[in-house]
Design a protein around this ligand. Sequence first.
Ligand code: NAD
Length: 332
Amino acid sequence: MHIIITGGAGFIGSNLILHLMDTYPDYHILNLDKLSYASDPAYLKRVENNARYNFLHLDLVNRKMVRDAIRDFKPDGIFHLAAESHVDNSIDGPEPFVMSNVVATFNILEEFRQYQTGSGKPGDARFLHVSTDEVYGSLGPGGFFTEKSPYAPNSPYSATKAGSDFLVRSYYHTYSMNVITTNCSNNYGPHQHDEKLIPTVIRSALRHEPIPIYGKGDNIRDWLYVEDHCRALDLAFHDGKAGETYVIGGHNEWKNIDLVRQICRIMNAVTGEGPEGDYQNLMSFTADRPGHDQRYAIDPSRIESELGWRPTGTFLNHLENTVRWYIDRYKE
Ligand code: NAD
């Protein structure tokens, strides 16, 4: 099988490539990535010399390069993860989000469609589009996002992801393309860029700098371990129904402030080097993010019942492993 992964040098993409290479000995993977500030090719060191792994440095906004890559590699399927992914950056400058999340998605979707039409097998090969629960906007204290939740994006990031979801949807209804969309909650684990919440908390704590918390820290996120997300993408790609959406989440809601406290407690136990014995002394509240969604939470019943997916392990174990991974990274 020839499989393209876009955005494979980023957080989730690199974890997904390692998962697929380990799970499927017949997979030949081509990673298409523009190597943005969020990428780190070192994440893929373990496979970089493997004959089944190839990397092509390209910006998906360049349609000619996308066309050539697809026609040369002849993929049997695509996992599309490439995106600008940080909400704060989308507030500071939305244009790269329109280019990488909407235009780039159009380019790879359309070029894959044309390639399949030209090869006489339209609709055969699967296109899995990886999206976010943020497209559904914000929840109040009750309820969950499901596949039927109405779209209500509130940031340029989520608006551009919503735009890409609609393009993918339209290619199923208009061209019968074999597409699936997944909308996942917040991921955590190794390989995430420094700018995101959990790496920021750990890095600030290790340096004895203020640990920034937006507003009162009462925003709620539903945290999923990145390897559980990768297994969900694997299942959706292989067993999911064409044209369907699957929301993915781990029934694991945390207020930001409680999550920060928990990370500090783990760090107290692991390093014992917090100020006056407790990293929580560094917690510091900052002005809230504009348009900050209050709560995200997923009801993953469909992927659980249709595809048999379940998150593995316990949150506290995964979080501790994650904390240890970043401590090693920042102590280098
Ligand atoms: P990331 O920012 O860590 O990595 C994104 C990768 O995509 C980077 O390597 C970057 O260079 C690449 N990329 C971006 N624009 C590109 C372009 N125009 N051409 C080629 N490569 C490009 O992001 P992530 O956290 O790994 O997220 C991956 C996907 O999962 C995104 O689509 C994101 O919306 C989605 N998602 C993320 C989360 C999360 O918690 N991180 C949750 C749900 C969904």
